[in-house]
Design a binder for this molecule. Structure first.
Ligand SMILES: C[S@@+](CC[C@H](N)C(=O)[O-])C[C@H]1O[C@@H](n2cnc3c(N)ncnc32)[C@H](O)[C@@H]1O
Length: 232
């Protein structure tokens, strides 16, 4: 996130300079708007899967890739001890402005404290970037959970994105895993450096978890191939 356009957009919204939304696209999909108000959602406006993750949160919590801090704020208000991290400078600035007490500019891989609950929400597996890196991220996450701790993460099986009008699939089985996307972001006529963003179907996540000694259970399913998983 070299230009931190995501952070810029969050800062604009927070400081009442909201004039346009973020534009996203991927190597397999056209441009789409990501409405800035959605990134400032309150509990009622959150998808059921996120609400469920917040309800299951306990003890000392780490919110990974906190964005504007919406999940952290909810838990903080409920009295939980919550730390929020993000690699976006703008996001951390906004999270602090909104009142998140412990918000730090930090990459998940540089985190060393331990927690009872670790949250990765809004396609939490995206942060792993590509299938080949999943095990390394999971091993690191495992080192950050206390005994009886949990990691709550959401993602989707995006196979449907490869469906043509007749319902046929055009997944190239010789290519990389189908959930590995190139993700493009633009804001106010500026383009961010392309990023890699990973969607993992539940079975692939479960296999990866088992390979590093984590138990993976599906907590609930959303309405559109999305799910919340608990890793212990
Ligand atoms: C899709 S946004 C989700 C934001 C927030 N969780 C929400 O639900 O509104 C993903 C966030 O993860 C952050 N991120 C990406 N890679 C990260 C990493 N390795 N460590 C910490 N944060 C990361 C991005 O900067 C971005 O703010």
């Amino acid at each position: 996130m070299k230009k931190d356009l995501f952070g810029k957009a969050l800062l604009d919204y927070q400081n009442n300079h909201y004039t346009e939304d973020l534009i996203t696209s991927t190597n397999i999909s056209d441009e789409d708007e990501l409405p800035l108000p959605y990134l400032f959602r309150n509990f009622k406006e959150m998808p059921k899967l996120e609400q469920k993750a917040l309800q299951l949160s306990k003890g000392k919590v780490l919110d990974v890739g906190c964005g504007s801090g919406s999940h952290s704020l909810y838990l903080q208000e409920k009295g939980l001890d919550i730390k929020a991290i993000d690699i976006s400078k703008g996001a951390i600035k906004v999270a602090k402005q909104r009142g998140v007490l412990q918000a730090e500019l930090k990459n998940l891989l540089d985190e060393t404290e331990t927690f009872d609950t670790i949250l990765l929400l809004m396609n939490g597996t995206g942060i792993f970037q590509e299938l080949s890196q999943v095990a390394a991220y999971l091993i690191h996450l495992k080192s950050l959970i206390n005994q009886n701790g949990q990691i709550l993460i959401d993602s989707s099986d995006i196979k449907y994105m490869y469906e043509d009008e007749d319902g046929g699939l055009w997944v190239d089985t010789n290519a990389n895993y189908y959930g590995e996307l190139d993700y493009f972001l633009s804001y106010k006529n500026e383009e961010e450096e392309p990023m890699k963003w990973l969607y993992l179907d539940f079975d692939t996540l479960k296999l990866a978890c088992e390979s590093v000694g984590l138990k993976c259970t599906k907590i609930s399913e959303g309405s559109h191939f999305d799910y919340l998983a608990k890793l212990t």
